[in-house]
Design a protein around this ligand. Structure first.
Ligand SMILES: [Zn+2]
Ligand SMILES: [Zn+2]
Length: 255
């Protein structure tokens, strides 16, 4: 029996546990219902994703002055007990976190659509990964998240509409201003596709928003309409802007 077989056997023989409180929970789920209920971050600004004291309005006072903006719906601020776990999906392959964190996002989307705070989403487009990076990680986390959201919200997932043309340093490993510089040609929409509207870009974490902006530009150059961005967590709000008693963890140091 090799090491992988031993690890699989060991994992299968132990009870599945909540990532936060460690109590046993049904297999396939990474968080228990109590931790999800206790850690609800409440309403978040649709533009900068900072916590709001109350809603509606769904944008904070500062963001209400912005003319050009696209709605961002996220499950959690990144600097939040559950939000920082979003990085563990990609880095530690903790795929059991996908379903419960997508449920939080899907619930937010349904509620915002009911209140007509969001344009109706028509299709999900995961942020693409370069083909050379795919064998290294083994999966594109954004596709897995988009597939789960598509299942929960009954929306199609189009993962061949836009491509990454070069391998690049992951956004969470970049520093300072470098995080905002994304070459124009890094993403390209598939040629000769009929123009689509109501598109939603999906990723695990919005770090600076630069990646989503670059992918949206590539799609718009081919006539598609990207209308909103969704992610399991957002690091746009700095730790001091998050709610009290929440740990300050940088996305680059996600466990
Ligand atoms: Zn728990
Ligand atoms: Zn705001």
């Amino acid at each position: 029996m090799n090491m992988h077989s031993v690890a699989r056997w060991l994992a299968g023989s132990l009870p599945n546990r909540c990532h936060l409180c460690q109590q046993p929970i049904p297999r396939g789920r990474g968080l228990c219902a109590y931790c999800l209920a206790d850690n609800d971050p409440g309403p978040l600004c649709l533009c900068c994703t900072r916590p709001l004291q109350h809603a509606p309005p769904w944008r904070c006072g500062r963001c209400q002055r912005r003319r050009r903006w696209w709605p961002k719906v996220v499950s959690y601020p990144y600097h939040h007990p559950v939000g920082y776990l979003s990085g563990a999906i990609k880095i530690q392959h903790q795929l059991s976190l996908v379903q419960p964190m997508c449920e939080v996002l899907a619930h937010r989307v349904r509620m915002l659509c009911q209140q007509q705070a969001l344009p109706p989403p028509l299709a999900l487009v995961p942020i693409p990964m370069h083909p050379l990076r795919l064998p290294v990680r083994g999966f594109n986390h954004a596709v897995i998240i988009a597939d789960e959201l598509g299942r929960q919200l009954d929306l199609p997932v189009w993962d061949q509409l836009v491509f990454k043309t070069q391998s690049s340093v992951p956004q969470h490993e970049r520093q300072g201003r470098d995080r905002h510089r994304i070459p124009r040609e890094l993403y390209q929409a598939a040629p000769n596709q009929p123009p689509q509207s109501g598109l939603v870009l999906v990723d695990d974490v919005i770090t600076t928003g630069a990646t989503m902006t670059a992918v949206a530009r590539a799609l718009r150059r081919e006539g598609h309409r990207v209308e909103q961005y969704w992610a399991l967590a957002s690091a746009l709000a700095r730790p001091e802007m998050a709610r009290p008693n929440q740990p300050a963890v940088d996305p680059g140091s996600t466990p």
